[in-house]
Ligand binder design. Structure first.
Ligand SMILES: Nc1ncnc2c1ncn2[C@@H]1O[C@H](COP(=O)(O)OP(=O)(O)OP(=O)(O)O)[C@@H](O)[C@H]1O
Ligand SMILES: [Mg+2]
Length: 231
């Protein structure tokens, strides 16, 4: 039932990749729908290749006029609904945010991504006013280096991590071959061949870390407020 939207108006910030990683990880145990609300339909193209997990349904969004119905239908059917949004601010984006139990804001540790993440946070606050309900959100650093970070990356990350008003994920999605490979060959990271993809074990650990932290956040929200039940 929880609806998790991935939003950042900066293109290439890692929305589609992290949304799909989370959706596949959740679908290992629970029925999950991912709504592909990017007009270029990257997830729909991925699902046309072999290996889509059995418990994962892909819904291709038609337009901003249908998104609310698509979210409602998916959330009454499945324990988890993930929405992948396009890389520009739009009415569709605020419709999706208005329905979300958690908005994940993926961003690279780069200035342009940081500015766009702050824009999305302002948008979420406007949507909270419009809907008169709390919409929890958290920043997820993506495409980060698994080894030593640059000074700039550390500086940008600390501006978010040290800000008590902004929730951030402890886990980061690292730059990994496996996370790009799934878009070329289809299926989940867990189905990749370890002899063909570098660092597959680390990639799987990373995805599990994301899944576990999302569940922890949803549980904490559910305990703290009138949130919807977590499966
Ligand atoms: N963690 C990662 N490891 C390796 N490659 C990645 C990772 N995250 C993203 N990429 C690559 O970076 C590019 C942009 O990522 P992605 O499509 O996830 O971003 P996006 O925010 O959805 O972009 P858009 O705004 O255009 O929808 C893609 O080519 C993707 O394969
Ligand atoms: Mg995308």
């Amino acid at each position: 039932m929880p609806v998790i939207a991935f939003a950042n108006s900066k293109g290439g910030s890692g929305k589609t990749t992290s949304a799909l990683l989370l959706a596949c990880a959740l679908a290992e145990t629970k029925a999950t729908t991912i709504i592909d609300a990017d007009p270029r339909h990257p997830i729909t193209a991925w699902a046309a290749m072999p290996g889509t997990p059995e418990r994962l349904s892909v819904v291709t969004n038609q337009s901003e006029k249908t998104i609310l119905d698509e979210i409602e239908a998916a959330s009454t059917r499945d324990p988890f609904v993930i929405i992948d949004l396009e890389g520009t601010a739009s009415r569709l984006m605020s419709y999706a945010i208005s329905q979300a139990d958690l908005v994940i804001i993926p961003m690279k540790e780069q200035q342009q991504d940081a500015l766009a993440a702050l824009d999305v946070i302002q948008e979420i606050h406007r949507d909270m006013k419009a809907t008169r309900r709390k919409i929890p959100y958290a920043v997820l650093f993506t495409q980060s280096r698994a080894a030593v970070k640059s000074r700039t990356a550390r500086h940008i990350a600390s501006q978010f991590r040290d800000n008590p008003a902004i929730d951030t994920f402890d886990v980061e999605i690292h730059e990994r071959d496996a996370f790009a490979a799934i878009f070329a060959i289809g299926g989940a990271v867990s189905a990749l061949d370890a002899s063909k993809v570098n660092g597959l074990d680390k990639a799987l650990e990373n995805v599990e870390g994301l899944r576990a932290e999302v569940i922890r956040k949803l549980r904490a929200l559910q305990d703290g407020e009138t949130g919807r039940a977590v499966a």
